[in-house]
Design a protein around this ligand. Sequence first.
Ligand code: TRP
Ligand code: ZN
Length: 863
Amino acid sequence: MRTDTPQPIRLADYRPFPFAIETTRLVFELHPSRTRVKAELSVRRTSDTREALVLNGERLKLLSVAIDGQALSANQYAIDPEQLTIHEVPDQFVLTTEVEIDPSSNKALMGLYMSGGRFCTQCEAEGFRTITYFPDRPDVLSRYSVRIEADRKFTHLLSNGNLVGSGALDDDRFFAEWTDPFPKPCYLFALVAGHLDVLADKFITMSGREVALRVFVDPGQASRAAYALDSLKRAMKWDEDTFGREYDLDLFMIVAVRDFNFGAMENKGLNIFNSSLLLADPETATDLDYERIEAVVAHEYFHNWTGNRITCRDWFQLCLKEGFTVFRDQSFSADMRGEAVQRIKEVRALRARQFAEDAGPLAHPVRPSSYLKIDNFYTATIYEKGSEIIRMLKTILGAEAFRKGCDLYFQRHDGEATTVEAFIACFAEASGRDLTDFFGWYEQAGTPAVTLQTAYDEAARALTLTLSQTTAPTPGQPTKRALPIPVAIGLLSTSGEVLRDTEVVLLDEATATVRWENVASEPVVSALRGFSAPVNLTTDARPADRYVLFASDPDLFNRWEAGQTLARDLILGRAGGAPDEVGEERYAEALGQALVDDAAEPAFKAQLLALPSEPDLALMSEPADPAALHAARDHLRARIAVHLGDLLRRLHGDMQSDNEFSASAQAAGRRALRNACAEALSADPHNDNLMRIVGHYEAARNMTDMIGGLYPLVAIGGVARDKALANFHYAWRTEPLVLDKWFSVQGRDPNEDVLERVMALTTHPDFEPTNPNRLRALVSTFANFNPARFHDPSGAGYRFLTDQILAVDAFNPMTAARMIEPLGGWRRYRPELGQLMREQLERIVAHPELSKNVLELATKALG
Ligand code: TRP
Ligand code: ZN
C-alpha cells in the first residue's frame, strides 16, 4: 500500500490568488523532444500580505528564472515536482522563466503534445502547468501574446486571438506572432503547429462585423470539414437569435486532431477537436456522427460566452460553464432536428450514464465540494445533470424571465471568473423569485424518486394528485432534503382525447396534493411530460393507461416513455421469473399500430422500436442479473420480430431511398427507421431475414446504412459475421475513423465468444492503445455496452478491463480513470458478480504505481 496519501482540494478553502498577471508573453521554440518555452509575466501584487509567489509547474526543466531582468540565485527560489516558489518579490515586476519540455514523449495528451506529426495543446483543466510555470487556476485572467518558432515543414503556426505577424528565420525555420485581446485563464490557451489543409468561410455578425472562419484538417481532408463549418455558421446565427450573443474576435478557428482525450475543447478563438467529432462525409460517417458534430461544434462555440467571456472562479464551479453550455447545445439541436426525438435521445443518455453514476459510489453533487484530480469531474453529472438543472430553471421561471436572467448574467459578469451563486442570483433578481431552495439541486447528489398517486371522485368530477419525493443517501450525504421538482402534467380520456393541457406542478416539499376540478371523466394521467425533471417517476398507472398514452399522448416524449415502460416491465417480469406471454403479444400489437401511424415521423418510430437498453434495465432491477436481463430482452425482441415480421420487412423496404445522400434530419430519420427494422429482424434470423440484412449491408452506399447492416450481421454470428467483418476491414483499412467503428461493432458483439475475440483484437496491428478513440472503441464499448458478456460469471470481463486500465494508466491517467466507471456499480449486481467486480477494484488500488486520477476513482468506487 502507498504511504503518501494525496490531499483533496476543498471548495471551502478557496482563496483568491494574491497577484494579478496582467500580461503573459510566451515564446515557443518548437522541437519534438526539446521545446523551449520562454514566459514573461507582468505581475502585480493584489493582496496586502507579503507572501511569496507560488507558481504551478510539472515535468518542466527550468533553465532560467529572472525578475526584472535579474537572474535569481538558487537561494531566492525553491522548486519541487509541482511548484516554483519565489520567496520575496516586489509589488510589481516582470518575471521571466525559461523551461524545456518534451512533447514527443507526452502520451497523457495533456499540455503540449504531438499527434500525427503536429504539435497541439490541451490545457483544461490543469495542463498549462506542464508547459510553463504559471498560476494554473481559472481565476487568474491575463492578456496573452504568443510567438511560435518552428520548422518550415509546418504550414501553420496557430494560437489564440489574431495573427499579427509572421516571417522567416534561419535554418529553414519561421515564426508567427499572435495576440489575444481578451484576458483569459490559462486553461483556454492553445497552440497548434502542423502541416494542415484549411477550409475557409466567413460569417457576418448581427452588428455587421465580418468574422473569418477557418477549419484546419489533415492534408486532403478539407472537404470532410464542410459539415462542421456549416454547423458552426448555424450555431453562430442561433446564438445571436436565441441568446443575443455575438462573436467577438475577427477570426474563429477549429483544428482537428486524431489523438485527443475528450470530444473537443473551447480554447479562445482556436477550438481543438477530436477528429471523430469534426470530419464527416456520407461514405465514412454515420448520421449519428453528423448529429454529434453539429452538437459539439455548437457546444464549443457557445462556450465563447458561457465559459470564456465569463469563466469559472474555481473548478468546483465547472457546471457553471458545462451544464449551461450543454443546455445551450441541446436547445440548438432541438431547434435543428426536432424537439421530441432530441429529448428522447437526451433522456436515454441521461439515464444510462448520469442516473447510473448517481446510483453508485461515484455519485456527487453537480457542484462537488472536494476532489483529488479535477479531470475526474468531467462527468455525466456535471454536464448532463447540470444541463437538466438549467432546463428546470427555465421551466419554473418561464422562457421570458429565463432570458432576462441570462441577459443580466452576461451583462453583469462579462470578463469575470464567477460562481454558481452569482449565476443563480441573476435569475432570482430578474424574476423576482426566491431561488434558495432551487440551489439544492447543485448541492445534493442522487436522483430523486417521485411517486404519483391519483384519485378520481366521479361525483365531484375532481381529480386528486398526490406527489411525493425521496432521495436515497449517497456517499457523504446520509440525509436528503426535498428539492423543488417541476412536474409537467396533462390529462387524457381513456379513449385518448385531450382532457386537459399541460400544467407544471411544482413539488417542493416531501409530499404535495393537488386537486383539479372539472375533470369530465376518469382520466389517464400523463406525468413528467418532456421529462420535466431528472427524477425516477413511479405512478399508479395500470397497463391499460399506458397503452392509451402509447397510442395517443400528444406529448411525444411521454408517448415513447409509455412504450418503454411497458417493454421494461415485460422484460423485468420475465427476467425475474414471471413471464407474461399475453402482455408481450399485446405490446407487439400496440407497437405495430404505432409504427403504421402516418402522422409520426420515421425518426420517432425508430425510437419506438428501440427497446430499453440492457444498462438501463440493470439500473431498474435490484440486484441486477445481466444474463437474465439479456435473455429476457432477447425474448421480447424475438416476439416482436415474429409478430411484426411482415410490417418490419415492408417498412424496411419503404424507407429505402435511391435519392442522393442528404444529411437532413428527415433523411436521417428514414435511415434510422430502416436500420432499426434490420436490427429488429435480426432477432428472427431465418433465411429470408438473413438475406435481407446481407442485402442491406452489401447495397449500402453510405456509412449509416453500412453500419446498420454490419451490426445485425455481427449479432447473428457465424459466417455472416466473419464475412462482413473481413469485407469491412479490407474496405476501410486506411481510414482511422472508420476502423474505430470496426472495433466498436465488435465490442458490442452479443455472441458468447465475444470476450475471446475482443482480447484477440487487442493484439491486432490496428489496435493502438495510445489513441483514446481506438482504445475506447474496443475496450469501453465492450465494458459499457455489452453487459451480458462483460459481466461473465467467471469474472474474465472484469479482469480484462482492469488489465487495460492499469496498462493505460502508465501513460494516460485521464483516459484510464474514465474507464473505471463500469466497475463502479458493483453493489447493484448479483452478489457473486459484485464480489468479483470489487476484487478487481481492489487490485487496481493495490497497484504500486497508480496515478492520482485512477487512485481517486477506484478508491471512491470501492466506497
Ligand atoms: N471543456 C471541454 C468541453 O466540454 C472538455 C474538456 C475538459 C476536455 N477537459 C478536457 C477536453 C481534457 C480534452 C481534454 O467542451
Ligand atoms: Zn464544454
